[in-house]
Design a protein around this ligand. Structure first.
Ligand code: AMP
Ligand code: GLY
Length: 432
């Protein structure tokens, strides 16, 4: 069969890499892809948000399955458009994608179905929003309602900071119409985790729990990024906690939507805070996380294409996922300046001879004079498997040590939270 992957980041490289292993797949296209993806798929110069272009291409090539990576085309209704044309496509329809495209929609759904989340108030006027944060008086979180490329959330320490965020979002309109409404949320504390699941609108099949590393610097300092690295499985999400997240969060969301006439198909991603009172939803995403997809797909043993077909055909009941033993870690190598504006065109070296059990997924790369060069903020995702998280970390960083480009920076502590957890649980075992 012929598969088209939409997108061009590290997540899409991991998808292409995994899809290529399916014996059923004869040809993979990726739109627009990147220089690394081009080694495994035919990249076509159509942007991920050019729905007409993608549809025309899929029709002309008689693509059997289209897999959508990023949220923007999902929110714009790519799945509705492909289905209307009789084409098979993996991802939620526009109405279901509102779970990510509108934080107000998601919050209201969570309230209707008793899904645990931070308390929040919604405002469409900056004056009332500012008055509210002044009255609250403490730390809070300000969120633009719509899609803001992961930048629409400000965790504010004081009312003044929250007011400044409201002014930027609602008055200066730095995210355009996405900031017409804001949510002001209670600020939660705890460890964060990403729990992704496949669902066909009925059955919910969680993947291994993962953890992202959003801030740019070690120890979770500095501004937030799209994600500087991720690993799975995350021990912070114990098997009991995972069952609770599955039943009280993921299943309630999918069933709730179904009750309202919306069948959710694809990946449902819950961004969670593990608080002392239990897991709370920070956000829903309607796609694979980036970089969480890299370690998750690297660990998945099942045939991804078969699994995705089961989702599309609504026969996920009875499907079990198989995983490679151990853990996987992905360390993102970023370009100078990231997460601000970055320099491009630096030559990347050291990609030729990688140790076993390591794969480098490309995110922002291009080819110039036959050499890989930087072409985006997040450049590469060095991904390794090991018998446990410690072994995976060692392998990933050994490979990182071989790779270089001018201005390259990365976090040195990806996965360390898992090791700290190990030490703590050994200590508490010792006490028993
Ligand atoms: P989001 O894009 O909604 O996941 O938010 C981005 C980041 O902001 C999250 O990964 C958290 O670190 C932080 N965040 C979001 N909501 C809250 C909250 N209610 N309390 C504390 N931190 C939050
Ligand atoms: N890694 C966070 C996200 O994909 O939204």
């Amino acid at each position: 069969m012929k598969v088209l992957v939409v997108g061009g980041g590290g997540r899409e490289h991991a998808l292409v890499w995994k899809i290529a292993q399916s014996p059923r797949v004869k040809k993979i296209f990726c739109a627009p892809g990147n220089a690394g993806i081009a080694q495994q798929a035919a990249c076509v110069g159509i942007k991920a948000d050019d729905l007409d272009g993608l549809l025309a291409f899929a029709r002309a090539e008689a693509v059997d399955l289209t897999v959508v990576g990023p949220e923007a085309p999902l929110a714009a209704g790519i799945v509705d458009a492909f289905e209307a044309a009789g084409l098979r496509v993996f991802g939620p329809r526009r109405e279901a994608a509102r779970l990510e495209a509108s934080k107000v929609f998601a919050k209201e759904l969570m309230l209707r179905y008793g899904i645990p989340t931070a308390r929040a108030a919604v405002f469409d006027s900056p004056e009332t929003a500012k008055e509210y944060v002044r009255r609250c008086g403490g730390p809070c979180v300000v969120k633009a309602d719509g899609l803001a490329a992961g930048k629409g959330v400000v965790v504010a320490d004081s009312p003044a900071e929250a007011e400044a965020a409201i002014a930027e979002i609602m008055e200066a309109k730095i995210f355009g119409p996405a900031g017409a409404r804001v949510l002001v949320e209670e600020r939660l504390s705890g460890e964060e985790a990403s729990v992704l699941a496949l669902t066909d609108g009925e059955t919910v099949l969680p993947l291994l729990p993962a953890q992202d590393h959003k801030p740019v610097f070690d120890g979770d300092r500095g501004p937030n990024t799209g994600g500087m690295g991720a690993y799975a499985p995350a021990p912070a999400v114990t098997p009991d906690l995972l069952r609770q997240i599955e039943s009280e969060i993921l299943t309630r969301a999918v069933r709730g939507l179904k009750e309202e006439g919306v069948t959710y198909k694809g990946v449902l991603y819950a961004g969670l805070m593990l608080t002392g009172e239990g897991p709370r939803v920070l956000e829903f995403n309607v796609r694979f996380g980036d970089p969480e997809a890299q370690p998750l797909l690297y660990l998945l043993a099942s045939d991804l294409v078969e699994t995705m077909e089961a989702v599309v055909e609504e026969r996920l009941a009875g499907v079990r996922l198989a995983w490679h033993p151990g853990a996987a870690v992905c360390v993102v190598l970023a370009a100078a300046g990231y997460p601000g504006s970055c320099r491009k065109g630096d030559v990347i070296s050291g990609l030729e001879e990688l140790p076993p059990e390591v794969t480098v997924f490309h995110a922002g790369t291009a080819l110039a004079d036959g050499k890989f060069v930087t072409a985006g903020g997040r450049v590469l995702g060095v991904t390794a498997r090991g018998a446990d998280v410690r072994a995976a970390i060692e392998r990933a960083y050994a490979a990182v040590g071989q790779i270089s480009f001018a201005g390259m920076h990365y976090r040195r502590d990806i996965g360390q939270k898992a090791l700290k957890k190990e030490v703590r649980s050994q200590e508490s075992e010792g006490r028993r």
